[in-house]
Ligand binder design. Structure first.
Ligand code: SRM
Ligand code: SF4
Length: 567
């Protein structure tokens, strides 16, 4: 039986209600209908199944072990200690006993069963959080550079992430009706939503706000990015606007590709909402609604032409963009350990391997962070590199936090190699339906092996960025990794090399579909050359390009991205 298209499902859904209410109440199956599985994404959840159990359950003629992933909407990725404790309680009551920090600065829960989905959603709501728009063809969680307390400027940027998220939420009351027992409007079903209409966007739409010199949000991987420009007095003058970034691709389909955003101009703060809305509506009206693989804003831009899209945005916003202002990014990683804010409070950045906070015998980190949340008076901030900042610690509390960090083995950053500190892995198996190979679960093993090679070449301190994804969709933004593994099949990956350290240059395919032995021998040879031939402070990706070991993909002529000259 052929399924209806996602476009039809959206149009027929009575503003995202579908048959979710009766579907959730149906105790016969742990699953939802095909249509409702598409619609529940807009409510921040995905139906999944435990892929480790698939074959065995099939043999036993059981339906797959259906379960749900839930993603929180948290613009800028900030949580209070009270919220932390509430999320921890959810993780230990309804999910697989873990909190998973995502590459978009929020938490995911995995392993929620259908009959506990509503209770979990209500518990999230009781923590003054929601999951609206965390997935689906709408504006997704808006990213903001992670350390807002360090300066007034960062605080403003965090506010912007929240404003942008609020401004572009869908208007439907379906979420409140289905999950929070809100008053039912289903019969009228006619909440006006001038922005999204009844068909929403052709595809997901992602935004980020970056504060140079830190590109921790990987702003150029977003459909729409704002780069804060600071005037001589240290105040926020406005933002450069970048459009058309995206990572997703499909193996063997040249029509799909990762793309770096183009910087198209500068806007004053009071123009931000208008230009953002203009970008969203251009994508809404001109994005491809036939072929979902070709429906992101990056393809609309390449199909219509950058100039045409910019002109349409300017027309809809009612003003011309000013010329882009100069900016410079130094890096797109995190800085670990303690750092001092201008207000005298301090922040501790901890490395969370692949963002997974759980309890193991060696590292009871979920329990440790629970204890920290009980005494912490500042905030928790998530980074887009899947790490955690215990932010706003008063001087008098630092020792206490340090002691807990040590007691619960949360201080791995203090001993980690440059490679380990900068490694990112997507979730992949066992929950991701699209995974072709392992990522998160393979990362520790892979790092151990690559570190042996680094030690051999005296490179353990080199801050090399390694990113691994279980498939080419690119959830760990692998195409911006100096070294990246992109899953092709169990145990086999494409080896991509040569991105820069700033999120401004994509890497290039070096070897296709290779196994671990070949990956390690390739890296061994490249590390040997890097160790002997690199210039002082030259990063690995830059070295690979300068030594002609790989050729970077061409930069689009109008990109305006300040690509540094590589020595
Ligand atoms: Fe992603 C789909 C996980 C960030 C590009 N992503 C998925 C799904 C929902 C699989 C699915 O559709 O069935 C994954 C759920 C796995 C699981 O079990 O949890 C998934 N994506 C993730 C997360 C959790 C990865 C992580 O390890 O942190 C990230 C959640 C972000 C969030 O909090 O909102 C995540 N995904 C990204 C990013 C990175 C980013 O946005 O900075 C990208 C690349 C940027 C981009 O969008 O171009 C990304 N995810 C995709 C794509 C490819 C989209 C495309 O344009 O082709 C898919 C597949 C799709 O949408 O069809 C996808
Ligand atoms: Fe799943 Fe692929 Fe995203 Fe990894 S990159 S989480 S395997 S969709």
């Amino acid at each position: 039986m052929s399924h209806p298209s996602v476009e039809k499902i959206k149009l027929d859904s009575r503003n995202l209600r579908g048959t979710l209410l009766p579907g959730l109440a149906d105790a016969i199956t742990g699953s939802l209908s095909f249509e409702d599985q598409r619609l529940i994404k807009f409510h921040g959840s995905y139906q999944q199944d435990d892929r480790d159990l698939r074959d065995e359950r099939r043999r036993q003629k059981l339906e797959p072990a259906h379960q749900f992933m839930i993603r929180i909407r948290a613009p800028g990725g900030v949580f209070t200690p009270q919220q932390w404790l509430q999320l921890d309680a959810i993780a230990t009551t309804y999910t697989n006993h873990s909190l998973r920090i995502t590459t978009r600065q929020t938490f995911q829960f995995h392993g929620v069963i259908k009959r506990e989905l509503k209770a979990t959603m209500q518990a999230i709501n009781a923590a003054a959080l929601d999951t609206i728009s965390a997935c689906g063809d709408v504006n997704r969680n808006v990213l903001g550079s992670s350390n807002p307390l360090q300066s007034r400027l960062h605080a403003q940027v965090h506010d912007w992430a929240q404003r942008l998220s609020e401004a572009f939420l869908p208007k439907t009351r379906a979420y409140h009706e289905i999950w929070l027992d809100g008053e039912k409007l289903a019969d009228s079903g006619e909440e006006a939503d001038p922005l999204y209409g009844k068909a929403y966007l052709p595809r997901k739409f992602k935004m980020a706000v970056a504060v140079p010199p830190l590109n921790d949000v990987d702003v150029f991987a977003n459909d729409f990015g704002l780069i804060a420009i600071i005037d001589d007095g240290g105040h926020l003058a406005g933002f450069n606007v970048a459009i058309g970034g995206g990572m997703g691709a499909t193996h063997g389909d040249a029509k799909t590709y990762p793309r770096i955003g183009n910087v198209i101009g500068f806007v004053a703060p009071e123009q931000v909402l208008a230009i953002t809305e203009a970008a969203i509506t251009v994508q809404r009206d001109f994005g491809d609604r036939e072929e979902r693989k070709h429906a992101r804003f990056k393809y609309t831009i390449d199909d219509l032409g950058l100039d045409v899209v910019v002109a349409k945005m300017e027309e809809r916003a009612g003003f011309k963009l000013q010329p882009a202002r100069e900016f410079r990014f130094d890096h797109n990683g995190d800085r670990f350990g303690w750092s001092e804010g201008e207000d005298g409070r301090t922040h501790l950045t901890l490395r969370i391997p692949a963002g997974r906070i759980t309890d193991t015998e060696a590292a009871p980190q979920l329990s440790g962070l629970r204890e920290i949340a009980k005494v912490h008076v500042g905030e928790f901030r998530l980074t887009c590199n899947q790490n955690l900042i215990i932010a706003g610690v008063p001087a008098g509390q630092r020792e206490r936090i340090d002691a807990l960090v040590r007691e619960y083995a949360l201080d791995t950053h203090a001993r980690a190699s440059g490679l380990r500190l900068n490694a990112i892995a997507c979730v992949a198996l066992p929950t991701c339906a699209l995974a072709m190979a392992e990522a998160e679960r393979y990362l520790p093993d892979l790092l151990d092996k690559v570190e042996v090679l680094q030690a051999k070449h005296d490179l353990l301190d080199a801050p090399i960025h390694l990113r691994i994804s279980g498939c080419p969709n690119g959830c760990s933004r692998p195409y911006l990794g100096e070294i990246a593994l992109v899953g092709k099949a169990p145990g086999r990956y494409n080896l991509m090399l040569g991105a820069d350290h700033r999120g401004q240059r994509l890497n290039t395919l070096h070897r296709e579909n290779i196994d671990e032995t070949t990956i390690l021998s390739e890296l061994d040879a490249l590390f040997a050359r890097y160790a002997h031939e690199r210039m002082t402070n030259q990063h690995f990706g830059d070295f690979l390009v300068a030594a002609n070991i790989i050729s970077p993909p061409p930069v689009t002529p109008k990109s305006g991205i300040a690509i540094e000259v590589i020595p």
